[in-house]
Design a protein around this ligand. Structure first.
Ligand code: GLU
Length: 317
């Protein structure tokens, strides 16, 4: 167990903000069956709570986003009647907000510039007895925590320790509405993570937290592959003084090879010649029963009711 720990629970029951949910696709390609599941779950959860549902295009990693993929995704969502309650936001237009958050974290002493290349990090880790990796990312050994020693800054990182001036590890606990109690030793398992990349692009962790805060998101409903990011995002929320949303991570859709469906492993773009069948399949992946419905609107209404029965109890518990 960590020497210091911060047990952060989701939004306390006392202060209920009006429900605002979101679907936040990265437009690296069209939606596939797995991303429709996440979109549908966040829409159903918002509707079951009489909340608002927003769409945010997470295009901070511009070079990975082909032209037109964002509009294609919006058309795919419209084809299955998942329509946002406000015009979508594009993260690529919101750099000023991310810059302000970074400056705030730096002024507070939590964010620091880092001069290390991947090779520098691998060498520093080797000196300490071997590389520590997490999902292909090296766990940063903290080389630049105490200054750049004359080297030029490349990226910006967040200090992952419990204190600004000590190395005590920080554990973060949280309760997912579907997965139950979760725990991560942020310092040892993740390390000081990147907020702004060496290529000048904003890191997903910072952009998502700033936007969820600025858009008043109360409930994050997204695929289980992202659950592991939650403690990083909760830490940023704490340090930026933002309220913590509730989290619900949905089951992943697996491809024929048993791996998670993703654009990276060639998941097929969702074909929407039969939108009702696509929704039925997404509903089945979410564990919804077969719902008798002849139209999209009927199916979505029945699914909202079924979702409410299934998840409302879990939320209040
Ligand atoms: N943009 C992320 C993705 O498409 C999702 C972010 C989130 O829901 O927090 O994987």
């Amino acid at each position: 167990m960590s020497a210091a720990s911060a047990s952060a629970t989701s939004q306390s029951l006392g202060e209920r903000r009006p429900y605002v949910g979101r679907f936040a696709p990265s437009p690296t390609g069209p939606l596939h069956a797995g991303s429709l599941v996440a979109a549908l779950a966040s829409w159903l959860d918002a509707r079951a709570h009489q909340g608002r549902w927003l769409v945010r295009i997470e295009d901070v990693d511009g070079p990975r986003c082909p032209a037109g993929a964002d509009q294609f995704i919006l058309r795919q969502l419209a084809a299955v009647h998942l329509l946002p309650d406000e015009p979508p936001l594009w993260q690529s237009r919101r750099s000023a907000l991310y810059q302000a958050a970074l400056e705030r974290l730096a002024a507070l002493g939590w964010a620091y510039p880092c001069a290390c290349s991947r090779k520098d990090i691998a060498q520093a880790l080797a000196l300490r007895g071997g590389p520590r990796e997490r999902h292909g990312e090296l766990v940063y050994p903290g080389t630049c925590r105490h200054g750049l020693r004359g080297r030029p800054a490349r990226a910006w990182r967040l200090r992952s320790t419990a204190g600004r001036d000590d190395d005590a590890p920080l554990g973060i606990g949280w309760t997912d509405r579907r997965l139950g109690p979760q725990w991560q030793d942020l310092t040892r398992e993740v390390g000081d993570f990147v907020l702004k990349r060496a290529d000048g692009l904003w890191a997903y962790q910072l952009a998502v937290v700033v936007d969820d805060g600025e858009q008043g998101i109360t409930d994050v409903v997204r695929g289980e592959d992202l659950a592991d990011n939650t403690p990083r995002q909760m830490r940023l929320q704490q340090l930026l003084g933002l309220p913590q949303p509730r989290y619900l991570h949905t089951p992943l859709v697996l491809g024929a090879n048993g791996e998670k469906l993703s654009k990276q492993n060639g998941a097929q773009a969702l074909v929407l010649d039969d939108p009702l069948a696509a929704l039925r399949r997404a509903g089945a992946a979410l564990g919804l029963p077969e719902l008798p419905a002849a139209t999209l609107a009927d199916w979505l209404a029945a699914a909202t009711q079924a979702w409410g029965l299934r998840w409302r109890a879990a939320r209040v518990a």
